[in-house]
Write a protein that binds this ligand. Sequence first.
Ligand SMILES: [Zn+2]
Length: 378
Amino acid sequence: MFDVNTEQIYVFNCEYFYTEGNLFTYRAISLSVTMKRAIVYHEDFNKYDLGTDHPLIGDKPKNTMSFLKEKSVLSEFQIFTPKKATEADLLKVHDPSYVEHVKKLSQTGGWLSEDTPAPKGIFEVASLATGGSMCAGEKLFEGYEVAVNPLGGFHHASKGHSSGFCFFNDIAITIEYLRQKHKLKRFMIIDLDVHHGNGTQDIYIDDKTVLNLSFHQDGRTLYPGTGSVETIGREDAAGYTVNLPFPPGTGGISYLKAFKEIVPPITRQFKPEIILYQSGVDTHHADPLADLNLTYQTYYHLAKQVAALSEETSKKLLVLLGGGYNSTACIKSYYNIFCGILGKQDYLEEEEIPDTDPEEVKNTIQQLKQYLNDYWSL
Ligand SMILES: [Zn+2]
């Protein structure tokens, strides 16, 4: 049930034994050694609602938590209530004029961009979502190896502008918060949402302390239009931005194959101190906003591998659940992500969908390998 190997348990216990110096402590700890996992939740998460006729409806965090509870998964996690990110936190990443702009919109209601209405009070709710990711990130420094924010992963928010239903880039704000507080030097983002994380890329394109890896549907066929295979970072940060765009119609089997060829070798070579996993499930075949054809089991296998890579390297995995706009399919897909993290075998399965264009997928992977050839052995 728990992915802790006996050698690690032994070392941990020995340390405890010698520092505490009595057998009772040794035994007590020995029994309680399990991987500690955290999840953050606040009932106001459900106020992140962009309207009933908008794809982003507010009840997703609540429905996710209910389903996890029903499936006896939630009991594997300790639940924490986050606080709102402060304005000083937001300013670690965003321009002051942008933060002011969102605040003003939030007072009157309005539009942040053509696809992103700004309902009244959104400043507070988006600050709470950001605070959720920061709180979950902090738990990884309090003995938790996995921490989840069901309302995280707003990767379209750039320093001074945003769209794509995002207000503040909680991924980057959490990175900057942890960098300052815990003096980290190597952050890895694994962004598997169907949309390219253009905001995060804008923020970190020149920063080689953040390895920003994004798998997404090809920008020539989907919002936000960026994330081409040749975008690999600038100057001495070249190789630290990794983009794998998939053609519409790509299925789970090809996607998993691509993941195995690219993600584990780069992670092992980069040796991250923390992995931030934007685990958006708008890649599912039933999602109304995009055209990839991943199936429920794909999410189980992806999450299982990300969790194993974290175990092998940083032992700090921050999971931000990200996009997903088919209200039934997204909850089931998120559940499978939890199954993957826990190594829980009763994950949901459905029939695989073959690729529309398997050759193009193979060619894109080969192209990416060529672009990255000077930086990583793949
Ligand atoms: Zn998305």
